[in-house]
Design a binder for this molecule. Sequence first.
Ligand code: AMP
Length: 224
Amino acid sequence: MYVVLIGPQGSGKGTQADKLASARGLVKVSTGDLFRAGRTAGTPLGKLVDGYLDKGELVPDDVTLSIVDEQLDAIESGGSHGAVFDGFPRTEGQAAGLEATLRNRGKAIAAVVELDVPEAELVERLAGRRVCSQCGRTFHLTFDPPPSDGLCETCGGAIVQRTDDTEEAIRRRLALYRDQTAPLISYYAAQGLVLRVNGNQSMELVERDIGLALDGLETRKGSE
Ligand code: AMP
């Protein structure tokens, strides 16, 4: 099963992608995580994407599609049940590229889960977000405050603010989402793939609603 999680920055895609991946035996493919890991490790990919990440700009489609292709190769040889895409595709070019690479592998997108959250809520979530620089665990200054020593309880890593969670970069990223990524929802809706979930509720309820929406889809497909 190949599922796309789509929603603006701060809608909880990363968290929900982790939960969905472990519940359904899927591999999470987060292009943002892959780019950040490359940057931390100082790989050629990391050096290439560094400037884009800092400014909150989109990495070019060909670079993004090539790392997704690598992940799909690894997924196929690892024998898992598929993937959940987090933060990808973000442009029409990426959506077309994903469709083509899946088709070449005899696969297709089963569902596109749209996480719906009002913009004012997103800005608050993103500006207060802090992340562990080592394991990626997220905190929020108000809703889930990090320990006072600034070290992650899970792995001991330093808790930091992402360089693209500044107010200026947040605004740029949300505008890019509106202009480039939101139109993909209509593109996928025309194919009957979109499952809309209210992302403005507790993590547990969002997880439950995603599960119910996907189960409903499987039941519908099973009876066709
Ligand atoms: P994210 O963690 O998904 O918010 O991504 C962080 C940053 O990585 C974005 O602001 C972009 O600079 C880059 N990025 C992640 N995914 C993509 C993508 N699918 N296409 C282009 N750039 C991306």
